[in-house]
Design a protein around this ligand. Structure first.
Ligand SMILES: [Zn+2]
Length: 282
């Protein structure tokens, strides 16, 4: 698979307890961008967050959803990307007009990782963002929650996004004790253009030609929105009947668009009534 395809590819290093992942997002990233009119600084941040989410999806071993959220206090208040075990991605940003001119600063904020299996317990981990960027926050998260050394490199040029991860696994006897520092240092020499545009084989050879790298088959990633009329209906239900009725009285239907994909859903009087079956009984 060339990196013109949206993909996630794992690799590992023989005689070490270190694994890695490489991701490229092209079509799926542009599918998100074309549904929104994000200022460049926001668009790039969304791309980096999608790349980070794709890297994290490698750890989803069951049917369910993984959500990566960055909550900030500046002009950009929310960045969110989601994925599932099928490699489907969607993303969103909330920001005010000032984001047009400003640089993204992520010094004050929280990174929230939520894992929701279709069957089983929901998990949520919250990390303060102190490293100044998303990659730094992810490294802090894995250090705090899993006691695993992790390094992340994320980049986005506004059309393509890419990510690179190295992760320490529990080590075995005979593993090379210097490998973690050496492999991380070599990855740090990688330029953003190399991560964005080189094929994985070429990039890994360029960085690690003196190492024994094992590359596993890539899996495909794509944009997909999980919204549905049922889910939008559940969200409307939370607004309450009175609120919806006042809209119906004015406009004859309630129309709401999915925040992720902009798909519009309309509910007429009968459909709104159906959302509140408990009120029919009274
Ligand atoms: Zn949607």
């Amino acid at each position: 698979m060339s990196n013109s395809a949206d993909s996630l590819q794992r690799f590992s290093f023989d005689h070490t307890a270190i694994r890695g992942e490489l991701t490229h997002l092209n079509t799926s990233y542009r599918d998100v961008l074309k549904r929104h009119n994000y200022p460049p600084v926001v668009a790039r941040a969304v791309g980096e967050l999608m790349a980070a989410t794709a890297l994290l999806s490698g750890s989803l071993k069951f049917a369910g959803r993984l959500t990566l959220q960055i909550r900030l206090t500046g002009n950009i208040t929310l960045l969110q990307a989601e994925t599932n075990e099928k490699g489907q991605l969607r993303a969103i940003a909330r920001y005010d007009d000032l984001a047009e001119q400003s640089e993204l600063k992520v010094t004050d904020g929280q990174m929230i990782i939520t894992i929701e299996p279709e069957v089983g317990q929901r998990y949520q981990g919250i990390t303060l963002i102190s490293g100044g960027n998303v990659a730094g926050a992810l490294e802090d998260y894995f250090q705090q929650s899993e006691q695993l050394g992790s390094r992340f490199w994320l980049t986005c040029d506004g059309e393509n996004a890419a990510g690179f991860m190295l992760q320490q696994m529990p080590s075995a006897e005979g593993d090379d004790p210097d490998a973690w520092d050496r492999l991380g240092h070599l990855a740090s020499t990688m330029k953003d253009e190399e991560l964005l545009h080189l094929n994985n084989d070429v990039l890994l050879h360029r960085l690690y030609h003196e190492e024994q790298v094992r590359i596993y088959p890539a899996s495909a990633l794509s944009f997909f929105c999980t919204c549905s009329k049922d889910r939008i209906g559940n969200a409307l239900h939370q607004l309450g009947k009175a609120e919806l009725q006042s809209i119906l009285d004015e406009q004859s239907k309630v129309t709401i668009s999915c925040e992720f994909c902009q798909q519009a859903y309309s509910f007429d009087q009968a459909q709104v009534d159906e959302l509140f079956p408990e009120e029919k009984l009274q």
